[in-house]
Design a protein around this ligand. Sequence first.
Ligand code: SF4
Ligand code: SF4
Length: 338
Amino acid sequence: MFVYNEKYVSKREGYYYSCPWIEHGLVFFKYKLGICCNCGHEGNAQLLQRNNYVGQKIDWNRIFQVKDIYRKFHKKGKIHTGCVNCPYLKEDKWDNTRYIDNLYISHWSDCNSRCIYCYAANNPEEFKSNYNKSKYNILPIIKEMHEKGILRPGGMISFGGGEPTVLEEFEDLVTYLLDNYYWGIRVHTSGIKYSPALARAINEIRGYVVVSVDSGSKEVFKEVKRVDAYEKVRDTVRKYALQTTFLGRYLVSAKYIIIPGINDTIEEVDKWMNANYDAGLYTTVLDIEEGWYLKNRYNIPPHIYKIIEHAKKRAKKLHSNFELYERLQNVMADKARK
Ligand code: SF4
Ligand code: SF4
């Protein structure tokens, strides 16, 4: 589990290798509590705090004891195997105080979309049969953490996994965080349901929202999302964009996951970018479907590069900020190395 690794031995007094999640992070998953949810690197970790968790009272002392165990080993250069080569691992003079400031809430209990590329949507029992068994409310736990001084502002509070806005407690949860002066609230959403609390978070420059649109037309949207809600999503994007100020112009973005064979045309990407521009968005984000990418990473067809280059140029013309998610950054880096 913890293995000595010379490259993680710090020679500097008081320094050791760790990350913001080991030090001050907590993840609420379906059925478990995690330290982090980063699994894209060699160590492939989703490090656990405890299994079989569905909202039971948390033993905070135990949570921090687990963090102390990591610190003890990491200080000696013995790194958790799941952390090896993780980009978050770095040498620093870490603050060992017992508090949490990075939260990730990944409920996987329901969604209002049925994306063609989503494992849960393609296995409906993931959302349905587990719904009552795995679902628990986070708000009482957040309140307890806040009242006990365990939760502190300063990190990131992220929502993902399933659709956050359909959680019954979502509006109250975000409102509670805002009323108690937290910031860095980050939500990936289908955009099918508009959230006034999120709009407030954007307006106050404390919320960051990514809406997955994946299309520039009603027809392609329906093919990708398998629900008829294109206009609703565009309306949500417009309403969130209206909340942004110049300072907060990066806070709302629309995402387009390229799904080869379905939406991989320049025409569709152009329609998506034009609609974002009309909505008043400053940032657009391009990604590629994970399953396809894993199979085809080293055999990318030329038209995918063309789409990326075209979208970059188009963003420049529209004076928009343009981002590639990690998979497409890899695609371009692989191309440059060829
Ligand atoms: S180093 Fe990476 S894998 Fe390990 S806990 Fe931190 S974020 Fe997770
Ligand atoms: S919005 Fe997310 S959780 Fe919902 S179906 Fe799409 S990928 Fe799955």
